[in-house]
Write a protein that binds this ligand. Structure first.
Ligand SMILES: [Zn+2]
Length: 210
């Protein structure tokens, strides 16, 4: 697998600092699992953040570094004593707690990923069969997508398994699953249930129109 589309440094440094929204964290983590390049970048950002705490000149310190670190420490669960960890070596995307698959059209289903600690985030798998066009949608917030398998075309960009894509809120786009790619499975995160409902209704509407 050759990964060609990566999260930018802003996203990776926010991930390293623990300041991404939890739902978006999951999508970045899914990309990192298959991308040594980005894992290395995250390590560098983590080391840089750690190094900053040792600086004596407060003017050099990123004013956000300490709040980020404290937030991360706050989020870290207490280690459970005397409980041997169960080693689960499956890929992250197979370990995520998911709800029921909901079929929207032949070849198209959505499966919610449960993110109980961040209910405003919407994380879901979207499976689209080969040759389906017109999954046109806009969003009122950012959208992160990690391609799990297959490929999809979004404008001039072809995203393949392992690739990552961020779309801003202004972006209206129409990804297309190529007829010869055997369908595409994506893991995506958006923020806010209201626009997600709107998004879903658009998907149903557009897919029904194919
Ligand atoms: Zn990467």
């Amino acid at each position: 697998v050759s990964v060609t589309h990566h999260p930018d440094d802003t996203i990776l440094s926010a991930y390293a600092a623990g300041s991404l929204r939890p739902g978006f964290d999951i999508v970045v983590a899914a990309h990192l699992e298959g991308c040594a390049h980005c894992r290395q970048a995250v390590r560098v950002f983590e080391q840089a953040a750690g190094g900053m705490l040792g600086l004596s000149d407060p003017a050099v310190m990123d004013p956000d570094a300490l709040p980020h670190l404290m937030a991360r420490i706050d989020r870290e669960p207490e280690p459970a004593a005397f409980v041997a960890p169960v080693l689960d070596t499956r890929p992250l995307v197979q370990r995520l707690p998911v709800g029921r698959r909901r079929w929207l059209a032949p070849g198209v289903w959505v499966q919610n990923v449960q993110v109980p600690h961040a209910r405003e985030d919407r994380v879901y798998f979207l499976r689209v069969g080969a040759g389906i066009k017109g999954i046109n949608h806009g969003h009122s917030g950012p959208e992160f997508t990690a391609v799990v398998s297959g490929a999809l075309r979004d404008g001039d960009t072809v995203l393949r398994a392992g690739d990552f894509c961020e779309r801003g809120e202004e972006h209206e786009h129409q990804p297309v699953v190529e007829p010869d790619d055997g369908g595409c499975l994506c893991l995506a995160a958006t923020q806010g249930s209201l626009q997600a409902r709107d998004w879903m209704s658009r998907v149903i509407q557009m897919v029904a129109g194919v």
